[in-house]
Design a protein around this ligand. Structure first.
Ligand SMILES: [Ca+2]
Ligand SMILES: [Ca+2]
Length: 185
């Protein structure tokens, strides 16, 4: 299991702040020391003692089991995009999720999760990916594409072909998607 690990961890070109596998350089400000200890213990459990966690490791977590968002959560957590999570990425993510205290926070986090190209809007393909991850098990790709088109038409209020955070908020509250975004780390 550790075989792929070393190759995944080479060739990282990161700003100094994101360098991993050293001591945490950006000491989390709003995590208590005991929370940090808990998170490190949790990471050790997730990664089964290895220095990085894969998406399958994450899926094995009871907290995330069956959560359709895992793939997207993972993509957001994997800051350097190397396909595995370091302990620092894991802790950064936990801080991110710890900031969710209201529906509005949840919308913003979900928006960020699904705005995969980070251009500040949910485009047609991103909307399709969102629907696939939430409903992909019960609908065919063709059905999902139809739903995505109809959803975009209905909620793209300014007609620019993408959903802004405000348009996205209307979609999420109208469809009660919020319940599906709920997860705890
Ligand atoms: Ca986007
Ligand atoms: Ca729009």
């Amino acid at each position: 299991m550790g075989a792929a690990e070393s190759s995944l961890q080479t060739q990282q070109q990161l700003p100094a702040q994101q360098q991993t596998h050293k001591h945490t350089q950006h000491q989390p400000a709003h995590l208590l020391p005991e929370q940090l200890v808990q998170l490190r213990a949790m990471f050790a459990r997730v990664s089964r003692g290895s220095r990085s966690a894969s998406i399958d490791d994450l899926r094995a977590l009871p907290e995330l089991a069956g959560n359709p968002m895992v793939r997207h959560i993972f993509a957001v957590l994997d800051v350097d995009g190397d396909g595995s999570l370091s302990v620092d990425e894991f802790i950064t993510a936990a801080q991110l999720f710890a900031t969710v205290r209201s529906d509005e926070d949840l919308y913003r986090l979900a928006f960020r999760v699904f705005d995969t190209d980070q251009d500040g809007a949910i485009g047609a393909e991103e909307l399709l990916a969102l629907l696939q991850s939430l409903m992909g098990a019960t609908f065919s790709d063709q059905q999902l594409e139809r739903v995505a088109r109809a959803t975009m038409q209905q909620f793209d209020e300014d007609g620019d072909g993408r959903l802004t955070i405000d348009e996205f908020r209307h979609l999420v509250s109208a469809q009660d998607l919020a319940s599906k975004f709920t997860f705890t780390l």
